[in-house]
Design a protein around this ligand. Structure first.
Ligand SMILES: Nc1ncnc2c1ncn2[C@@H]1O[C@H](COP(=O)(O)OP(=O)(O)O)[C@@H](O)[C@H]1O
Ligand SMILES: [Mg+2]
Length: 341
């Protein structure tokens, strides 16, 4: 534990400053996790969560004592969103420089909000992530939430899209009312479901109304949360949707350098046999997403571990890569067409 954190937590107690107490407590937990003191980190987290659930009865690990109740769908009573705190670092997402620069700029603007404010400027707040599936959009939203220290609100679209006419927009209203009361990173994940082209003749009227409503709410949103909408299908997004965002970040399939880093990251846990050549693995996986590479690595690791091997071999990895390619083919992904450099 860092001595400055100990001093901070004492000070928060003396000043009855629960916000500062929570922030410091979370910093300590994050730091212990980084040091791989997982037992201690888990124990501290449990204590903190107990305090929160005593404090506001919502039973989740949000470090705010004034958390309003989680909004629910009137019809079925489902929760319209969930809240969670993540403890990730920049290194957890392996991104190309453009995406990384955009994320770091968003972070920097929030950190220096006061400086921007003296010039009458505000940090960027409404951000669209787009790009193929499995390229780290959801992951990066969690990383951003971790580094800026705002807990994540994940909006549950299944519950938002109500079968009752008119109910959907009122559900969205409830979500926006909730996020207006705090500082969150709000993730509208797989946002296409409500962001589908408004003129799409296959969509029935309700969805169109919801999209219009969503865009109006986004436009008029004046709270302090950061809103991230993530989409795998940018071509489905209406031009009016794009205009509403302050920043659009593209997540591409990983190039050779990124693929190498992904292999290194996901194979870190096991020693490698001498024949394992990262360059060859990278060469085999053009067109793979970050998630594809992770899947292939995890499969190879599982097989090696259960075969009582002490290290992972090139044959095992190549087989897992081939399997992942079959899987992509089976779901209709044309791997050669999306081959990356
Ligand atoms: N750029 C990346 N860097 C590191 N891991 C990645 C990356 N992209 C995907 N992954 C792995 O694949 C998982 C799924 O990715 P996800 O963020 O859900 O993709 P998306 O939201 O773009 O569809 C992640 O949780 C992570 O384990
Ligand atoms: Mg996603």
């Amino acid at each position: 534990m860092k001595s400055e954190d100990i001093a901070k937590i004492f000070e928060s107690f003396i000043r009855h400053d629960s916000d500062s107490f929570h922030k410091t407590a979370l910093d300590i937990i994050e730091n212990e996790k980084r040091l791989k003191h997982h037992l201690l980190a888990d124990e501290l987290e449990k204590i903190l969560n107990k305090k929160n659930s005593n404090g506001n009865g919502n039973g989740n690990n949000i470090p705010s004592l004034q958390l309003p109740p989680i909004p629910r769908d009137n019809e079925k009573g489902f929760r319209l969103l969930s809240t969670k705190r993540y403890f990730l670092n920049w290194e957890d997402a392996i991104l190309e420089s453009d995406a990384e620069d955009s994320l770091k700029q968003i972070f920097k603007e929030l950190q220096r909000e006061d400086v921007l404010g003296t010039y009458g400027l505000k940090p960027k707040q409404k951000i669209l992530f787009y790009g193929p599936p499995g390229t780290g959009k959801t992951l990066s939203a969690k990383v951003l939430s971790s580094v800026i220290g705002y807990p994540t609100v994940i909006v549950n679209f299944e519950s938002i899209i109500s079968s009752y006419l008119g109910e959907t927009s009122s559900n969205l209203r409830k979500v926006f009312d909730f996020i207006e009361k705090g500082r969150w990173l709000v993730l509208f994940d797989e946002f296409d479901i409500i962001g589908k082209q408004r003129d799409d003749p296959t969509e029935h009227g309700e969805i169109k109304r919801v999209v219009n409503n969503f865009m109006l709410m986004l436009e008029h949103y004046e709270g302090e949360s950061i809103i991230v909408a993530a989409s795998n299908h940018p071509h489905l997004l209406d031009i009016g949707v794009w205009r509403r965002f302050d920043e659009v970040v593209y997540f591409g399939l990983p190039n050779k350098i990124a693929r190498k880093k992904l292999f290194e990251k996901y194979l870190k846990v096991m020693t490698k046999e001498n024949d394992v050549e990262f360059d060859a693995l990278v060469g085999e996986t053009g067109g793979f997403s970050g998630s594809d590479i992770e899947q292939a690595c995890l499969n190879a690791l599982r097989r090696s571990i259960l075969a009582d091997k002490k290290s992972i071999s090139m044959i095992e990895l190549k087989q897992s890569i081939a399997k992942q390619k079959d899987k992509l083919k089976a779901i209709g992904v044309k791997i050669n067409a999306r081959r990356t450099p």
